[in-house]
Design a protein around this ligand. Structure first.
Ligand code: 7RM
Length: 655
């Protein structure tokens, strides 16, 4: 566990915003000694306020209010405040489409478009507290839509464009959305993703939406419903550019982002305005060591929290240039990312271990064809980064010159909580290193007692932080149950971790029924609910198993209803079914149709055993609560036979 320490080069360190370990220690201690004045000072100095806040924090576990009494606007902070300096002519967004189309929006241009679009929303009657679903491809218009909502206090909920119409509908219903902003279609790997068509299917079953605004991106053939559907361009034409940002309460909800949890239903994570903005803004400095002239590229989709915090709100509040790429990493060839870095002279590159592992597989020749010397800093997010991927990233992409910031955080935390300050904290491959200032984690047992150094335990937070989520949308009960009642008095992250003798954190994965496929959170319950909605399926149990590229892969065990016969066709059908119910990324790697599932005497499916079967092919540990041990043996036997069969077939193919 204690591996090589990589210290930043003296060149990197001396130019860094936070330079040297002592500087980190000092910041951390300042926040520890007086957290409220630490955050208050930053909030005053780093953000624009229409009205100063009266208090820093009202904390009544688990209810937090940061900077109460203040009036602020996220869009104003991300756009308007940069217009009073030379930054108005700085590139805010650089967009590149999959077919190499390019658009660059300066802050001034962004301001014009956001203001106009906010006026569009106003003219249609939308205002503070309304709820907009944004279901868009990775285009500047997606950012414009988010910012225009933020400008007026309309709560936005971005739904990842890879989600199906079914998943979209569920989110609309839960949010009671009254507005949808979408595009005709998006592009990925040369294919058109028919977004508007999915919206139509969702709206056929949800009547709460008054308007659907459609941005014509690809000119794909779609239907427009009279009165409900309106073209973005028509609405923008001739619209006034004058639309002042609304002064909003510090705690006004900025957005709701749905994420997978331990139940079948996704949870609406609610983020509010001031605290969220402050911490995304600070982490751009602390973790990414952002400089005025940097080109910052986060490869996440806007549909995930990483896209919200590090494509839009963090970079723009800093007045940075943020790169938006709509398309696949391997399109038209596996060097697309490296081409982009070379073309735009990207300085900071932030991606996932899954992406890195798939690049490794494609071979070093692809990055080596390109000049990556503009890179200064590399980032990783979404899952633990294995040391082999770390080394490759460090040497092949970073040229041995760029520190890697392994950033641990969650949809719920809003911003990065555990990560190195790259000019101050030496890194160890595979460790997210140390908590940022104002973050007070602990590793505890089920009773909340700290575990010994080097021991595995639950990662918790002992104190509130500004960008923490405030609740689950219309589900305060679950908010308490899932996050605050598990270990009373502490925020339960759902992750296991260890801390080494240097105080470094090593993340070990989820302890709940969440699996992490390619850095995307999937709830096993959500997959199981989708499975049993199929007419042939009686019961289902979904588990994760290690996957070389994706981190984890999804395996689903299912029993069929009486009279249904198992067949390879049915397996294919079920796999497509899950893809349709949730989204393509949730299609199981494997579906095993079995006679029975292993259960406890009280009837609970023993997922732990299934997990062992798919990972080790055998079962150890306590099985005394099993209802029928025979079921288990059969399952594990079946796996072995399948594996042998596969090996046999692979052998045949080779000859
Ligand atoms: C940002 C994001 C959150 C879960 C989290 C962890 C895992 C994220 C790391 C990580 C190890 C990391 N939000 N996770 N980052 N594990 N090292 N640097 O991913 O809500 O989608 O997922 O992802 O399990 O709880 S998320």
């Amino acid at each position: 566990m204690s591996t090589t320490l990589h210290s930043p080069s003296s060149a990197f360190q001396s130019a860094a915003r936070v330079s040297g370990r002592a500087a980190y220690d000092q910041l951390y201690r300042a926040a520890e000694t007086a957290p409220e004045s630490f955050w208050a000072q930053l909030a005053r100095n780093q953000l624009h306020w229409f009205q100063p806040f009266q208090r820093v924090l009202d904390w009544q576990l688990p209810r937090a209010q940061w900077f109460p009494g203040g009036l602020i606007n996220a869009c104003y902070n991300c756009v308007d405040r940069h217009l009073s300096s030379w930054r108005r002519n700085k590139a805010a967004l650089i967009w590149e489409g999959e077919n190499f189309e390019q658009r660059i929006l300066t802050y001034q241009e962004l301001h014009r478009k956001v203001s106009k679009f906010a006026n569009v929303l106003k003219s249609l009657g939308y205002r503070q507290g309304d709820r907009a679903i944004i279901y868009m491809p990775m285009t500047p218009e997606a950012a414009i839509a988010m910012l225009a909502c933020a400008r007026l206090g309309i709560i936005h909920s971005v739904v990842f464009a890879g989600f199906s119409s079914e998943a979209l509908k569920t989110r609309m219903e839960d949010l009671e959305a009254n507005l949808v902003i979408t595009a005709d279609a998006g592009r990925r790997r040369g294919r058109e993703i028919m977004l508007k068509r999915n919206v139509d299917a969702a709206l056929a079953e949800y009547a709460g939406v008054r308007h659907c605004i459609v941005y014509k991106h690809l000119g794909a053939g779609i239907e427009m419903h009279h009165q409900r559907d309106l073209w973005w361009d028509d609405l923008m034409f001739g619209m006034s550019e004058d639309c002042p940002a609304e002064p909003l309460d510090s705690e006004h909800p900025l957005y709701v982002l749905y994420t997978s949890g331990t139940t079948g239903k996704p949870k609406g994570v609610v983020h509010t305005t001031a605290g969220y903005l402050l911490q995304t803004h600070m982490t751009m400095q602390w973790v990414f060591d952002l400089r005025e002239q940097d080109i910052f590229w986060c490869t996440a989709d806007i549909g995930w929290v990483t896209g919200h915090s590090y494509l839009i709100y963090g970079p723009l509040s800093m007045g940075a240039t943020t790169l938006l790429y709509e398309g696949a990493p391997d399109w038209p060839e596996p060097d697309r990312f490296w081409r982009l870095i070379e073309k735009y002279r990207v300085n900071i590159f932030y991606t996932s271990p899954t992406a890195i592992r798939s690049f490794i597989r494609q071979g070093d020749a692809w990055p080596q064809k390109h000049d990556l010397s503009s890179l200064r800093l590399l980032g990783s997010v979404g899952e633990p980064i294995n040391p082999a991927a770390w080394e490759w990233y460090y040497h092949i992409i970073g040229g041995g010159r760029c520190p890697i910031v392994d950033t641990w955080w969650q949809t719920e935390t809003g911003a990065i909580l555990i990560a190195p300050m790259p000019g101050a904290v030496a890194t160890k491959p595979g460790s997210a290193t140390l908590p940022l200032p104002g973050i007070f984690p602990a590793i505890v047992d089920a009773k909340g007692q700290p575990v010994a150094e080097g021991q595995q335990g639950f990662l918790v937070m002992r104190q509130p932080w500004p960008s923490m989520f405030r609740t689950l949308w219309r589900d305060e009960t679950r908010f308490r149950e899932i996050y605050w009642d598990k270990i009373p008095g502490l925020y339960f992250t759902g992750d296991a971790a260890r801390r080494d003798a240097d105080g470094y954190y090593w993340l070990l994965g989820r302890v709940d029924d969440v699996i992490n496929v390619s850095g995307h959170r999937l709830s096993t319950m959500e997959v199981e609910s989708a499975m049993v909605r199929h007419a042939a399926v009686a019961e289902a149990a979904a588990v994760g198993r290690p996957h070389e590229i994706k981190g984890q892969g999804l395996v689903v065990f299912a029993t069929l209803k009486g009279g249904q016969a198992a067949s390879p066709e049915l397996v294919d059908e079920l796999r497509d079914w899950v893809g349709k119910e949730i989204g393509g990324f949730a299609r199981p790697d494997e579906i095993r149709l079995v006679e029975a599932l292993p259960k406890t005497r009280s009837g609970k499916i023993m997922r732990r055993l299934l997990r062992e079967i798919v990972t080790t092919r055998s079962v150890s540990g306590d099985t005394t609560t099993l209802e029928d041990y025979a079921v288990l043996l059969k399952l594990s036997q079946q796996g072995k036979e399948e594996e042998e069969l596969l090996a046999h077939e692979a052998q045949k193919e080779k000859v």
